[in-house]
Design a binder for this molecule. Structure first.
Ligand code: SAM
Length: 229
């Protein structure tokens, strides 16, 4: 499928799929959206509660969430195991056009971004002594996940309108089982069907104020009995 690297409103890159009319991130700002949903409402909520956090990302894509998590983990002195799932990896030519290292206020970002992408698939690699990465070139539907393992899940698949099969109860059930008690899943969609599918698995749902251009997004927690609307 044809993919084009474009620039979003905060100056950071994203990938656009013309055939689906779908972007990898919000056109209002890729870095802004990723920081708001995945880092602020996900990683920062859990950091420094455990010596090592296990993070699962559905849709590794450009590696933006992984890069932001890696930089945050250095600042927070938080050890991480990061499992990124991606059946259609970005290629070198696309990566050369993606400007996250230049956009982020970090001298280490360029080297770390390259390490995230040159790290081999299907084998656990230490990007830093405190950051282990496993990239799996598989669809979430086909993947076997360990039970009671992940503390944080970044659910960053294409939108339910584009990939409805990934936003079903069966997929959320598999992810729920892979999470530890108290673990959280963050995602940008707030659709009613998505919330219902998550609740049916046992997740507690929170609707949180969204980044620029998006009213709300979801955080789902594996615990307690009450659903907050
Ligand atoms: C909305 S993009 C987000 C990408 C990434 N998180 C980023 O920041 O660049 C969705 C990603 O999900 C990947 N994807 C598509 N089908 C998938 C599947 N069945 N299982 C897991 N990931 C999938 C796409 O290739 C794409 O990279």
């Amino acid at each position: 499928m044809k993919r084009e690297v474009i620039t979003t409103a905060d100056g950071s890159s994203t990938i656009f799929l013309p055939e689906l009319n779908e972007c990898y991130h919000s056109t209002h700002g890729a870095i802004n959206e990723a920081m708001h949903i995945f880092i602020d409402a996900g990683f920062r909520v859990m950091m420094n509660q455990k010596s090592k956090l296990h993070i699962l990302e559905i849709g590794f894509g450009t590696g933006l969430n992984a890069l932001l998590t890696l930089l945050e983990s250095i600042a927070a002195n938080q050890a991480i195991f990061y499992h990124g799932i991606e059946p259609f990896p970005v290629d070198k030519c696309e990566l050369d056009q993606i400007n996250y290292p230049e956009q982020l206020d970090s001298t280490a970002a360029k080297t770390l971004f390259e390490k995230l992408h040159t790290s081999p698939w299907e084998t656990k690699q230490a990007i830093l002594p405190t950051f282990e990465l496993l990239k799996t070139k598989q669809r979430i539907e086909e993947l076997h996940l360990s039970t009671d393992f992940f503390d944080i899940v970044y659910f960053d698949a294409f939108a339910p309108t584009v990939q409805p099969e990934l936003w079903q109860q069966e997929i959320f059930q598999k992810i729920f089982a892979s999470m530890k008690e108290g673990g959280i899943l963050v995602t940008y969609s707030c659709k009613g069907d998505v919330k219902r599918a998550m609740k049916a698995c046992g997740f507690t749902i929170e609707k949180l104020p969204g980044p620029i251009g998006k009213r709300e997004f979801l955080r789902a927690t594996k615990n307690s009995t009450q659903n907050i609307e």
